[in-house]
Design a protein around this ligand. Structure first.
Ligand code: ADP
Ligand code: ZN
Ligand code: ZN
Length: 804
């Protein structure tokens, strides 16, 4: 008899990073299965927390008095067997807590909300019960704060007259819609008509509508809006027993107002056909092979995805397709919805919590068998997986930069092994890691070397901006780019211009003394946000007004620097006033649906130029775009990161791929101050293979991935000394266990040594094979619990993707 539930509680600490045993009360005995959320008491006080049941048992090794589960929050489990296992494995691999893994996997509404209340437990002196509690048993913490009585209450707590209780609240909301249904037959309704007075025309109308429904139900809204029958009249009808009203559960549909035209599979080209057959063989054979589908931009990778998924559906299996958030454009969604209709669920950051939960439920119930989504959809509760696809597999956004620091590719491969299904990694510019694995036959390489429509790849030319300056042209636009844009305007073709940086990263500097406004909490300068007319810190969110005088020397010559998209737009309008420009950056796309509207306008040719940041480099497919301009190829080259050349090469290749996708040839102009750099030259020649070989030899020399693995250990604390001391201890602890091939870099302060008023120190370990390292790092976390309790944060990042 299983009477004990093993529960992972919602307290992210090392001590609680294991299942705790709880008694199952008899009323829940039949109901509880692993994967459900429960509320359990925790600790000595009256604290209750949310937890996930991860297993059932009939005996326990715990020799204390076991507590009982207080409440069961679900009727059906929210985690299935697979995800329970995945969370446990992932916690180990990413050095994070199991609870954090489960919470990352699930839609945020399934995460409990905690309410604190102050509850009376003994008789209060005088009239305190009346004045403080208004004669109630408890008041919320929030109310106490708002009324300014918290101090008084805390005194009562010391006297043990009141207690603080934590309540667990569910955030789930299911959207419902009011429906109505006739209760009477056609003839009975006819009789009711006879009893009406002449003036009761609205009631007569209602009876007619009810008759036309022929006992079917409709949304009440329809009756109100289409026939102009008021709520009062409907209520009256309900009272007279003509109809009944009730709530029906509905999904929030983010694509409510869209129609998708059905599309058919295209005749595959020979190389698409080859890739298709290889992948299908693995689908049919049920093997967890990983394919690297390397195809130039426009080579028809997406068509291969669509057709393999179609076959997977025919086999009654489901498919998971990941795309980077910024490539999850309306165009991409459209291609999937048009092929698979209602079978598609889409998960991305633009959804409200409610919409996301509803998409998740559709997947969970098996109503949507094709999931398209960004990084975290790799955890979608898809059953019977037949295929997993990761498009643009080289994108760094597949790695989560906070705990749990997982890479979607690794999770995908884990799930593929669980389901015995293949994984396809697609890209025009595969990450060096994946390409190297294909060379070693760990992955199977599939190549599409030509564009599907037989169009040539666009011609890429490079403009040396140093020469431009010596010619006296100080504008952002080189003369040849200006000419090319004018030429497209004359031909009524379109251009895409990319500024290689975020739209608003400009700062304020004093021309007299050079003062730059810093963040008071972090070691970086504040950036100017034109939309809110404020200075903001990108790390901690600190915000202040734009100064008109220099805070250091009092000079009035305080000026804006840096090239934001807004400034470039203004410059463009001055140079070519007749051009119609759409600007796309974080500022213009913040509103829900804005992204899609702008792209639709561009697609309808309401503008000649699309000017934007990196967000326009991916996924766009507009046939009339024949010119792509990269305004500043260099910014990404200067980053202190061994992957900066790879990133630059990838970005330039991606954005070039936006040109010439229709039947007119495309042209790309890349402006740079470093025309000799190999990443820029090889991007110009669109020569991935040479870039790969060159970059691999540099990585080999520098002992970087993919030749070496990297692990980063970061320590942060409010006091610089404390952080520095701890990182030193960690270095000393780890050093003796490392083999001779391993390299320890540091300890050093991080590139931005202070953020949020905390100091950060780090160690990087580069290694080839260190069988004991993982164990040693877990030991480190175990041993550091005391420091963590005192405010130390220790993070371990395996294969970090960002080094800033
Ligand atoms: P990728 O994903 O590799 O960038 P896409 O799948 O977007 O390429 O294909 C580029 C263009 O070629 C699209 O407009 C697509 O409809 C078209 N296309 C793809 N495959 C074929 C095919 N077999 N026959 C004709 N057109 C195709
Ligand atoms: Zn800050
Ligand atoms: Zn100054």
């Amino acid at each position: 008899m299983a009477r004990i539930a093993e529960v992972i509680v919602d307290i992210p600490t090392m001590q609680t990073n294991k299942p705790f045993d709880y008694l199952i009360p008899s009323e829940y005995e039949e109901q509880i299965v692993p994967g459900m959320r429960v509320v359990v008491p925790f600790g000595n006080g009256s604290r209750s927390v949310q937890g996930f049941v991860v297993g059932l048992a009939s005996s326990t090794e715990y020799d204390g008095r076991m507590k009982e589960i207080l409440e069961v929050m679900d009727l059906d489990p929210v985690l299935n067997e697979e995800l329970i296992q995945l969370g446990a494995d992932m916690a180990k691999k990413t050095f994070s807590f199991q609870i954090s893994c489960y919470q990352t996997m699930l839609p945020s509404v399934l995460r409990a909300k905690y309410d604190k209340v102050i509850r009376v437990i003994d008789e209060l002196p005088g009239d305190l019960w009346e004045t403080l509690f208004a004669s109630r048993d408890e008041i919320t913490w929030q109310e106490a704060t708002e009324r300014g009585i918290l101090t008084q209450l805390m005194k009562l707590k010391q006297q043990e007259l009141v207690e603080v209780v934590y309540l667990v609240k569910d955030k789930i909301t299911v959207k419902t819609e009011r429906h109505l249904k006739p209760l009477l037959s056609f003839d009975q309704l006819e009789e009711e008509k006879a009893g009406l007075t002449k003036r009761a025309t609205k009631q007569l109308l209602l009876l007619n509508v009810l008759q036309s429904l022929a006992e079917r139900q409709v949304p009440t809204k329809v009756v109100r809006e289409e026939y102009g029958i008021s709520t009062a009249v409907i209520k009256e009808g309900e009272k007279k027993g003509w109809l009944t009203q009730f709530d029906v559960e509905v999904y929030r549909d983010p694509f409510e107002n869209h129609t998708f035209e059905q599309t058919q599979a295209l005749q595959l080209t020979p190389s698409q056909e080859h890739a298709y057959h290889q992948i299908m063989a693995a689908v049919e054979g049920g093997t967890s092979d990983v394919f690297l589908l390397k195809g130039v931009t426009g080579s028809g990778k997406t068509e291969v995805y669509l057709q393999t998924i179609a076959e997977v559906l025919k086999k009654d299996q489901s498919a998971l397709m990941l795309v980077p958030e910024i490539a999850l454009t309306p165009q991409m969604v459209q291609r999937f919805k048009s092929r698979f209709g209602e079978e598609v669920a889409v998960l991305h950051s633009g959804l409200s919590d409610g919409e996301r939960y509803d998409e998740w439920r559709k997947i969970e119930k098996g109503e949507a068998r094709v999931v398209v989504g960004a990084r975290s959809s790799v955890f979608a509760p898809v059953k019977n997986l037949g295929l997993i696809i990761i498009d643009e597999e080289h994108e760094t956004s597949y790695k989560q930069e906070e705990n749990p620091r997982y890479h979607a590719r690794n999770v995908a491969i884990w799930r593929a092994e669980y389901h015995q299904c293949p994984v396809v990694l697609g890209s025009a510019t595969p990450s060096l890691e994946s390409r190297a694995r294909a060379t070693k036959n760990v992955y199977h390489l599939l190549e599409l070397n030509e564009r599907a429509n037989n169009q040539e790849l666009p011609e890429v030319s490079i403009v040396n901006m140093r020469e431009e300056a010596s010619k006296g042209n100080r504008s952002t636009f080189s003369l040849s780019l200006q000419e090319a844009i004018r030429d497209r305007l004359a031909k009524r073709e379109q251009s895409v211009l990319m500024l290689n940086r975020r739209g608003y990263s400009s700062f304020v500097m004093c021309r007299d003394c050079g003062f730059v406004l810093p963040c008071p909490n972090c070691d970086i300068s504040l950036t100017l946000h034109m939309d809110t007319k404020t200075m903001k810190c990108h790390y901690c969110g600190h915000e202040e007004g734009i100064p008109s005088l220099c805070p250091q020397c009092g000079s009035r010559s305080i000026r804006y620097y840096g090239t934001g998209t807004q400034k470039v737009e203004e410059e463009l309008k001055q140079l070519i006033p007749e051009a119609r420009v759409i600007r796309m950056d974080v500022d213009t796309t913040r509103r829900k649906g804005a992204h899609e509207k702008l792209l639709n306008r561009f697609g309808n040719k309401e503008a000649d130029i699309l000017l934007g940041t990196q967000m326009i480099a991916k996924g766009l497919d507009f046939p009339d775009v024949t010119l792509v301009g990269v305004l500043n190829a260099d910014t990404s080259l200067g980053l202190p990161d061994f992957r900066s050349s790879e990133r630059t090469f990838q970005l330039l290749t991606q954005v070039s791929g936006r040109a010439g996708r229709g039947d007119k040839p495309g042209e790309v102009i890349v402006q740079t101050f470093n025309p000799e750099h190999y990443a820029i030259q090889l991007a110009q020649m669109q020569d991935y293979n040479t870039f790969y070989l060159k970059e691999m030899s540099l990585r080999h020399k520098g002992q970087y991935p993919p030749y070496f693995f990297i692990i980063r250990i970061t320590v942060s604390h409010e006091q610089e000394m404390a952080a520095a001391k701890k990182i030193g201890e960690i270095a000393n602890f780890l050093r003796p266990s490392l083999g001779p091939q391993a390299v320890m870099l540091g300890p050093t302060p991080k590139a931005i040594a202070r953020t949020h008023n905390r100091y950060h120190y780090q160690i990087l370990i580069k290694y080839k094979r260190e069988p004991y390292l993982e164990e040693k790092l877990h030991e480190l976390l175990q041993n550091s619990q005391k420091d963590v309790a005192k405010g130390m944060v220790i993070a371990i990042d395996s294969e970090p993707t960002s080094f800033i």
